[in-house]
Design a protein around this ligand. Structure first.
Ligand code: 3H9
Length: 688
């Protein structure tokens, strides 16, 4: 008996219960007593069957904090090996989540039964890994190779009903699960066996399926965009079909060991913990405000998306617009967006109707009087925002939280336009707001701690990844984005082309490069911002002056002929770049990928260091969470600050010095914190 694993008896059935909160990870202190319990029950003369159950939730996987440290025996594979030597029926009783090593443990049992709400999956790929406890070789034996491939490469868990239909589990029960498992186990014991372990069930592994399997695996590999884990997952499931069990199992181990020690998995594990860390705000015991009804001001693209995100989290939403016409247009767009989800099969008609029933439209501020939270998403201009907040101040009930969705403006100034700055906070959603995960929560000078804590909790409830940031122009994300783009035009003038720069970005792992991105978002947006700040960008400004705003006008840095969304090189842009370079007397030269990487990415890291210095972000890992979830920074590189550690801080500082000397631009001047961290080795902690 241990604190973490206990054994009780119910007639001839032994129930082994794992209790290692919060998620029953298979830490060493669980594995050791679990192994002892199984060994002793295996030969126990009066034990007819064994149930493995859990307190709280079924096992959610190996203990991720143990990765990268020496493995302490018994490891999970040894435990499963012992399970498979047990001749009596073994039953996993699954409720909550059976994930990763948890599902692998269950696959070591003869039978699996589950609660109807249970979720089962092998999400290791999301940590840059493959299932390393035999999951890739056992799962295909139960559900078939193609289904296993889909589950393992996506990492997405399935529900109990689907698991039953696929053959992963043997029965679904509602109510007292352990009692059902005991009944099930004694029934099986009554049948007398022999009971076949999963490893010996080869019926569903058909060599003839290999060509179809390879086709599907090749498609998945294309989508992996430089990530090693999805490829390794597919290879390992293929081994399950092509190799004898033991050989396939050994090959899986080899791949796991390689991945777990690699930079990509380290990066993805860093992000797993970084996201959870970012969601913790100081003062765990702060009482949150109650949020039931929310208001959203503005039903344009952003306001509509925010309203949908909130309704998807179960909140009643009052959408406010300036005119009936704008309101109807906005509500119709929301309806249409849900209809698209229904047509794609990701939402049922019934759920769509439930969501729509949560919306109420209005053109009268007085209708916001019941709202506990009001999110403003109107035009990005200080005077307009202040006007809106003045009106809100007049109608909102005491204690209501007033949030602005500004992406650049000073939230302190917005808060000061009300009589209750302590109730004002920034909620910077990313477009499309109903899809994108990131939520920058802007803590203004006077934002009350309970307001902040309430919004962080609400963000989690609506499925967002929250990061608390301080007030500055562009907050964490857009401020670093500006730093990333500072030298883009110089690169063009000195010899690079938009397509060359974009290719370097996609080879790095970005979903797209900056010029494709600009064309997609609309070049007029940046143009308007630059004009407001008295800034210029020679090439982009010229395109805008000619009426070329990117995809929406069919022409930008690229050509989009006949409504195509695929960018084609634009010879006129290339000519424009050459002309402007000649005008400025710049001799164009060939520019390599390394130079593009460093002139775009190093200033961004430098800006990140300044953001830390100023306390705009609390931790380097918060910055990584912002960039991975809001801007598509490649997960396999762990975010800009983690990647900086991989790249080497000394190298980065050396190159920043070099470019600072050559260009005189501030973005290249190494931040004191960067130098300090390089000297003290403190960055090692950031990148570990
Ligand atoms: C694996 O199994 C490898 C094997 O194939 C091979 C072995 C040889 N370990 O997410 P939450 C912590 S790889 C350690 O906020 P929720 C988490 O950090 C693993 N810690 O809760 C947090 O700590 P804190 C495959 C873990 O209710 C606390 O638990 N499995 C682990 O929103 C609460 O977490 C996975 O990848 C862990 N495995 O969601 C599943 N899991 O409070 C990973 C969680 O100090 N886990 N913690 O910040 C999850 O997806 C979610 O945690 C889960 C619960 C859905 C289970």
């Amino acid at each position: 008996m241990s604190n973490f694993v206990s054994v009780t008896r119910d007639g001839g059935v032994a129930v082994v219960t794992i209790d290692n909160p919060p998620v029953n990870a298979l830490s060493f202190h669980v594995r050791e007593p679990l192994m002892q319990a199984l060994v002793s029950l295996r030969n126990g003369p009066d034990v007819a069957a064994i149930v493995i159950a859990c307190a709280g939730t079924f096992v959610a996987g190996a203990d991720i904090t143990e990765f990268g440290k020496p493995v302490r025996q018994p490891d999970l594979r040894a435990i499963i090996a012992v399970l498979e030597t047990i001749a009596k029926p073994t039953v996993a009783a699954i409720h909550g989540t059976a994930l990763g090593g948890g599902l692998e443990l269950a696959l070591g049992c003869h039978f699996r039964i589950a609660d109807s709400q249970a979720k089962l999956g092998l999400p290791e790929v999301k940590l840059g890994l493959l299932p390393g406890g035999g999951g890739t070789v056992r799962l295909p034996r139960l559900v078939g190779p193609l289904k296993a491939l889909g589950m393992i490469v996506s990492g997405t868990p399935i529900g109990a009903a689907e698991a039953l239909a696929a053959g992963l589990i043997d029965a679904v029960f509602d109510g007292a699960l352990t009692a059902q498992a005991v009944r099930f186990a004694s029934e099986m014991a009554g049948k007398g066996g022999p009971f076949t372990p999963v490893r010996e069930r080869d019926g569903r592994l058909d060599q003839a399926e290999l060509p179809a399997f390879d086709r599907q695996a090749a498609e998945l590999a294309q989508k992996a965009r430089g990530l090693e884990a999805p490829i390794a997952c597919a290879q390992s499931v293929r081994n399950a079909i092509a190799l004898p069990f033991e050989e396939a199992l050994a090959a899986e181990r080899e791949l796991f060991v390689k991945l777990v020690a690699g930079d990509q998995s380290r990066a993805q594990r860093h992000l797993f913990f970084a996201e959870r860390e970012a969601a913790k705000v100081a003062g765990k015991d702060i009482v949150r405000r109650k949020i039931a009804r929310v208001g959203v001001i503005g039903a344009g693209t952003m306001g509509g998306g925010i309203a949908m995100a909130l309704a998807n989290g179960g909140f009643s939403v009052t959408v406010l617009e300036a005119t009936q016409e704008a309101l109807q247009r906005g509500l119709a767009m929301i309806d249409k967006n849900y209809a698209v989800s229904v047509s794609r099969g990701s939402l049922s008609e019934e759920v769509k109707q439930q969501r729509l029933a949560l919306f109420k439209g209005s053109i009268d501020y007085a209708d916001l009087v019941d709202c506990d939270l009001i999110v403003e998403a109107v035009f990005e201009e200080m005077a307009i925002k202040k006007d809106v907040f003045g009106r809100l101040d007049a109608v909102a009930k005491p204690g209501a939280i007033l949030a602005t969705n500004t992406s650049y403006l000073d939230v302190n100034e917005i808060a000061a336009s009300t009589s209750r700055p302590q109730g004002v906070v920034g909620m910077h959603f990313f477009s499309p707001a109903n899809i994108m995960k990131l939520l920058e929560i802007v803590r203004a000078e006077k934002t009350a701690p309970d307001v902040l804590a309430t919004i962080v909790e609400l963000a989690r409830r609506i499925g967002k990844v929250p990061v608390v940031v301080g007030v500055c122009h562009g907050f964490v994300g857009n401020r670093m984005l500006a730093a990333r783009g500072t030298d883009s035009e110089a690169l063009l003038l000195e010899g690079a082309t938009p397509q060359q720069i974009d290719r370097v970005f996609s080879d790095f792992g970005w979903p797209m490069g900056p010029f494709q991105m600009g064309d997609l978002a609309g070049l007029d947006i940046g143009w308007r911002n630059r004009k407001a700040r008295g800034e210029t960008a020679m090439i982009a400004d010229t395109l805008c002056e000619q009426g070329h705003f990117g995809q929406k006008t069919g022409r930008g840095f690229y050509l989009y002929e006949n409504g195509s969304r695929t960018p084609a090189p634009n010879p006129e842009v290339e000519a424009l770049i050459r002309d402007k370079a000649a005008e400025k007397g710049i001799a164009r030269r060939s520019i390599g990928a390394d130079e593009i990487i460093e002139r775009a990415h190093y200033p961004m890291i430098n800006e990140g260091a300044k953001i830390l210095e100023e306390g705009i972000a609390a931790r380097a890992s918060d910055i990584d969470v912002v960039w991975v979830n809001g801007y598509g920074f490649p997960v396999g590189k762990g975010g800009p600050m983690f990647w900086a550690g991989l790249e080497g801080l000394d190298k980065i500082i050396g190159r920043l010095d070099h470019w600072h000397e050559r260009t005189g631009k501030d973005v290249f001047k190494p931040a004191p914190l960067l130098r300090q961290m390089a000297e003290t080795g403190a960055w090692e902690g950031v990148a570990s």
